[in-house]
Design a protein around this ligand. Structure first.
Ligand code: PAF
Length: 284
């Protein structure tokens, strides 16, 4: 496994692989790799001949009061995980590599970024789309892998790729959960043992929504109300949003129909956690 720190070196390594007609996979990450990332990496290794994992804590997707400084950066442990998983290259650039000068260009995916996390994290998705566009230009993968847990990110990146005719496929892999249902996230590290128990109410509320939809309830307000009552059983949960949106347009809906995303964001102690379920109501 090679560790590339510069754009030039990752480009020349990928170029050599492409000359051998290898299918290139990219798993973009911010490091602090956990079993969720490992499942993306394993899928990439299975589907591609040559896999690049990028590790870069991207400053432009953090707001001024967010956790950029204290975001975990256990590079040595991450490299060990990548090596074990059979990765070909880890691309771990310094900030100056990715943003060497003042940037006047960014990618803004409109409309899809107005609701959910886009509301509470202004500029976040512009930062995500821009860094992903840069990584896609640098690595030029055939397939890039993202997790369903960051559902709005996945929708935004897919749309950017379609709108800008980028020549790659975006693969979205299922959310990985702890045995108690808590979605695996690098930010779970900020939780105490007690807070981690309370965090399971996020998935419990989503399971309730699934149950109600399965039972034929279509009124979103009724579903959201039930979800609030479950989340409110955990005293340290501070709800940011509980929303039911159309899974393509990310706009709020009143009635369940077609593909819908039921999504929650909440703060517990120092962590901001998100989770969601994707439901295809046309199949109910
Ligand atoms: O999901 C993440 O870890 C980040 O948003 C990503 C896609 C690596 C961009 O910095």
């Amino acid at each position: 496994m090679e560790v590339a720190k510069t754009i030039e070196s990752v480009r020349s390594l990928v170029k050599a692989a492409r000359r051998e007609a290898k299918k290139i996979g990219l798993v973009p990450t911010m490091g602090a790799l956990h079993i969720g990332h490992i499942s993306l990496i394993e899928t990439a290794v299975k589907e591609c001949d040559f896999v690049v994992v990028s590790i870069f804590v991207n400053p432009t997707q953090f707001g001024p009061t967010e956790d950029f400084e204290k975001y975990p950066r256990p590079l040595e442990a991450d490299l060990e995980i990548c090596k074990k998983a059979g990765i070909d290259i880890v691309f771990a650039p310094a900030t100056e590599q990715m943003y060497p000068r003042e940037n006047f260009t960014s990618v803004n995916v409109e409309k899809l970024t107005e609701q959910l996390c886009g509301r509470s994290r202004p500029g976040h998705f512009r930062g995500v789309a821009t860094i992903c566009a840069k990584l896609f230009n640098i690595v030029q993968p055939d397939i890039a892998y993202f997790g369903q847990k960051d559902s709005q990110q996945a929708i935004v990146i897919k749309k950017m790729v379609a709108d800008l005719n980028m020549p790659l496929r975006i693969a979205i892999c299922p959310t990985v959960r702890e045995p108690d249902g808590l979605a695996v996230s690098s930010r779970n590290q900020y939780l105490t043992k007690e807070q981690k128990k309370e965090a399971t109410y996020i998935y419990k509320s989503l399971q309730k929504a699934q149950e109600m939809i399965d039972a034929g309830i279509t009124d979103c307000e009724t579903i959201i109300r039930q979800m609030y009552s479950i989340l409110n059983q955990a005293p340290s949960i501070k709800i940011e949003y509980v929303s039911v949106v159309d899974a393509e347009t990310v706009q709020n809906i009143d009635q369940i129909a077609g593909k819908v995303l039921v999504a929650v964001a909440a703060r517990i102690g120092l962590a901001r956690l998100i989770d969601n379920i994707l439901v295809d109501a046309s199949k109910q």
